[in-house]
Design a protein around this ligand. Structure first.
Ligand code: ZN
Ligand code: ZN
Length: 411
């Protein structure tokens, strides 16, 4: 059987709504995108309800759906994916948290981000990593700026606890409590987390890094604020589920965590920043290279979502034009029978500045596969495309079928 490779490019938050300054076009429609328009002419388009019609996806649940998983079944929270994406080797049964380095002075939090500390967090994290509290092991790793990840590993833990982070300054750290009184697992987890927070302050307050910060007049990073607990779920590896050797070309921590927890190969490169400054052409080259040894490559480009959250349609359109060049590179350099799909994980309309439940545009190109009448890639054009309106988790089946890999259902 002639099996083919698949590339799925996810332009984070690319879906949008009409922008008045663009004469009622969306940023994608306003942008000059000759390569994606070519795919639309040579392939088929449609729109995707990533989770279900009108449901607003997070980037994590959205990517799980696009990879063919039932996010509602396996998703326990953002913590496990952030922790895995930061490079902690999480295991099912661990409880993972996102954390901030923060500043505590006179018993209250005066800066939730410790002045957006940039240097020294790895040294600070090193002091906390490996700590043991009762029979529980603490894994801790610094992330970008003030961010960090925490994992508690041991028997009888739970994610059903309250937050320690007061989410505003001028208030003390909140005592972590079980959501339901009498839940012994949650009681244990809360007790351990409270101890961890207290110890983090004792161990970090007079650390050399913080002594130096105080001398420079900078707020010390002298306490850890964990939030968003999630029990690490058991997720079947993508390769075990589908037989596809899969790789992720991804910068942003959360989606790296998705790749790691689904057993994909993470293609590492310092130029994949997960920000506006990400090197899109480097991602395109890495994608083509990964196709030599993998059957499926997921590419995530975070930047359009950032412009959407900031309400910047012009910037968003410019970012989309740069993505278009990268898509063009992939199209011209991939093995010629590769199936190439471009979509978004959700809409982040610039006029709304948050994720929305609007369906996202989709184009799929595969040599020898069906075409429809679409002439360009955009929300309006895609809504009358030949793929119609599908759900996120259906996309994977469609790609799988086009790659000649689907098994017959029935005789
Ligand atoms: Zn997203
Ligand atoms: Zn977003």
């Amino acid at each position: 059987m002639d099996v083919r490779k698949i590339v799925l490019v996810v332009c984070d938050g690319m879906g949008d709504r009409p922008v008045e300054d663009f004469g009622g076009k969306t940023p994608l429609e306003h942008a000059n995108t000759p390569n994606m328009d070519l795919l639309a002419r040579e392939g088929s388009t449609g729109v995707v309800d990533i989770i279900a019609p009108g449901v607003t996806p997070g980037s994590d649940t959205a990517h799980l759906s696009l990879l063919g998983y039932d996010a509602r079944e396996i998703y326990t929270g953002r913590g496990p994916f952030e922790a895995a994406g930061a490079g902690l080797e999480v295991r099912p049964g661990d409880v993972a948290f996102r954390c901030n380095f923060a500043t505590l002075e006179d018993g209250v939090i005066i800066d939730r981000r410790a002045g957006r500390i940039r240097e020294g967090t790895e040294e600070l994290a090193g002091v906390l990593d490996g700590m043991e509290i009762e029979d529980v092991k603490v894994l801790f790793k610094a992330g970008v700026e003030h961010r960090a990840a925490l994992v508690l590993r041991g028997e009888g833990l739970s994610q059903d606890i309250t937050d320690a982070d007061p989410h505003e300054t001028g208030r003390p750290v909140l005592e972590v409590k079980p959501l339901k009184p009498g839940d012994t697992k949650a009681e244990k987890t809360a007790r351990i987390l409270n101890t961890f927070i207290e110890r983090s302050h004792e161990m970090l307050d007079n650390h050399d890094v913080n002594v130096a910060r105080r001398e420079k007049g900078l707020p010390p990073a002298n306490i850890i604020l964990p939030r968003g607990p999630g029990m690490v779920p058991h997720i079947p590896r993508l390769e075990d589920r589908t037989g596809l050797r899969a790789a992720g070309v991804v910068g942003v921590t959360l989606i790296r965590g998705i790749c790691w927890l689904t057993g994909m190969t993470l293609i590492e490169d310092r130029r994949f920043t997960g920000g506006r400054d990400t090197d899109m052409m480097a991602k395109a080259r890495a994608t083509v290279e990964a196709l030599e040894t993998h059957d499926f490559v997921l590419v995530n480009i975070k930047a359009p979502d950032l412009a959407g959250h900031d309400g910047q349609p012009r910037e968003k359109a410019e970012i989309i034009e740069r993505i278009d060049e990268a898509v063009g590179y992939i199209y011209r350099h991939m093995p010629e029978d590769t199936i190439l799909a471009v979509t978004a994980d959700h809409s982040t309309p610039c006029g709304f500045m948050e994720h929305a439940g609007d369906p996202v545009p989709l184009v799929i190109y595969g040599r020898g596969h069906r075409r429809d009448r679409s002439q360009a890639f955009g929300e309006t054009e895609c809504s009358s495309g030949g793929l119609g309106r599908i759900r996120g988790k259906d996309l994977f089946h469609i790609l799988y079928n086009m790659a000649g890999r689907a098994e017959k259902f029935g005789a």
